[in-house]
Design a protein around this ligand. Sequence first.
Ligand code: C2G
Length: 130
Amino acid sequence: MTNTVLTFGTFDVFHVGHLRILERARGLGDRLIVGVSTDRLNIFKKGRPPVFSERERVDIIKALRCVDGVFLEESLELKRHYLLQHSAAVLAMGSDWAGRFDEFNDICRVVYLERTPAISTTAVIEKIRL
Ligand code: C2G
């Protein structure tokens, strides 16, 4: 029985905080499948389009050694569907989402992993701007 881990994110302006959580999520099972937010979902979540398109963000995530598969996350409301579709044994998310996905405890283990401090896409954009 393959122990599939699912995680989700926009992964815009990819940085080491994204890499750390993907590597740690991968360590929770035998394979890691990543739901990458569509451009449209990012606008809904963050009120702005991502810097890099969904195509570019998918290509980067797909290229990572710790990632076994990628799909487009169209909506935050489809999480149960995605978890069942991929027979996820684990949902792993950053601690900024702590508690938000406990409702899925009936179909998989829900794990919140500590965020990597002092780095975010917004901070990287600000640093480049300055
Ligand atoms: N992250 C992290 N450390 C950081 C920044 C981000 O661990 N310094 C984690 C976040 O907690 C998240 C993942 O990296 O688990 C992706 O972050 P985002 O691309 O900002 O994704 P988010 O907007 O949280 O999307 O359905 C859930 C959403 O799609 C998650």
